[in-house]
Design a protein around this ligand. Structure first.
Ligand SMILES: CC(C)(COP(=O)(O)OP(=O)(O)OC[C@H]1O[C@@H](n2cnc3c(N)ncnc32)[C@H](O)[C@@H]1OP(=O)(O)O)[C@@H](O)C(=O)NCCC(=O)NCCS
Length: 308
């Protein structure tokens, strides 16, 4: 079979999205991604690369590669179910690895099914190794959660750049070069949610990039913490609790009934604080890492993400 892999073009995104929904619904059940938007929102973002696989000119699969400075990951990866087992997924992963290497990302990864030895074996061939579980957790909201911290969207545009840079200082203090300014821009530019901040206005202690509602990575009735981090140092536990509480306030204000987030369980203290705050695991996945190093998955790191 003749397979072409190349960057996805705008006119091909609808077809890639349809394949993505079909592939994941086949393994997870009908409508697995509800009214969330992963493929279109990541395609539009400037810190991502979208790769398509084509058979006879038709979209047969895709993957999105995301750059967070010195860290980068790929996913979701999907292939049209009728074409599984014919090497298309392999070609997409090889192309994704080329992008990750081309970016010079020192720590690379992906999120996959914790229970699927087939998936683990597949990615191991490319040098990705399973480490700790990443728990996708959520908790219900009453709607009365207090509004805490402040929001990036209300900061005057002239002051925003400095604040975004201050967020990069927070992540750099956790893992050198970790930089999610692309996620912040994506949320603000596409109106997907907001960035919730705590601490001093000119030196935030922590921030959370949140999506809310349909057409985002959250979906109807849900708010989702795509990424959050607290600067290490004295008082980090209390600051993390404050940031999580501020995310709940944001979610309630956005009309969400649940707040969803992801945490790698190697960030043991963060995981335990989330349990104590009433979060429960909806689905455990596993992150696979290239090289097989902890990166920022350390016991004391207060950081939320899931690489889905
Ligand atoms: C996983 C997936 C992308 C693989 O694509 P593919 O084109 O079938 O992959 P390939 O033909 O290149 O096969 C590569 C390996 O994938 C694995 N694989 C194949 N079909 C698979 C399936 N249905 N489920 C899981 N793994 C599968 C096998 O280990 C295979 O190895 P082999 O060459 O020894 O048989 C595709 O099955 C898919 O879209 N699945 C649903 C969505 C999904 O699971 N995405 C990945 C989440 S991390």
């Amino acid at each position: 079979m003749d397979i072409e892999v190349r960057p996805l073009e705008a006119a091909e995104v609808d077809a890639a999205d349809a394949v993505f929904r079909d592939a994941f619904s086949t393994v997870l059940g009908p409508g697995a991604h509800r009214d969330t938007e992963l493929v279109r929102t990541r395609f539009r973002a400037t810190h991502t690369a979208a790769l398509g696989a084509f058979v006879e000119g038709e979209v047969a699969g895709s993957t999105l590669v995301t750059r967070w400075g010195s860290v980068a990951y790929f996913g979701p990866l999907s292939v049209a179910p009728k074409l599984w087992g014919q090497g298309i997924g392999t070609r997409l992963v090889a192309a994704a690895v080329d992008v990750l290497d081309g970016w010079g990302a020192g720590h690379q990864g992906l999120f996959t099914f914790a229970q699927s030895q087939q998936h683990h074996g597949f990615y191991q061939r490319f040098g990705f190794w399973p480490r700790f579980l990443t728990a996708i957790m959520s908790r219900p909201l009453t709607g009365a959660e207090p509004q805490l911290g402040w929001r990036m969207s209300v900061v005057p545009p002239a002051e925003r750049a400095a604040l975004v840079d201050a967020c990069a200082d927070v992540t750099d203090a956790i893992h050198p070069g970790l930089d999610v300014r692309g996620e912040i821009a994506s949320v603000l530019d596409q109106n997907l949610g907001d960035v919730v901040l705590i601490g001093e206005p000119d030196a935030p202690r922590g921030f959370a990039v949140c999506h809310a509602g349909p057409g985002t990575e959250a979906g109807s009735g849900v708010a989702y913490v795509k990424f959050a981090a607290v600067r290490p140092g004295p008082g980090v536990a209390q600051a993390f609790d404050s940031l999580v509480a501020a995310c709940q306030g944001f979610a309630a204000d956005a009309g969400a009934a649940r707040l969803t987030l992801g945490v790698n369980t190697a960030r043991h203290e963060a995981y335990r604080q989330l349990l104590a705050a009433g979060f429960r695991t909806d689905s455990p996945g596993v992150t696979m890492h290239r090289p097989n190093e902890p990166g920022y998955d350390r016991e004391d790191v207060r950081l939320l993400d899931d690489w889905r």
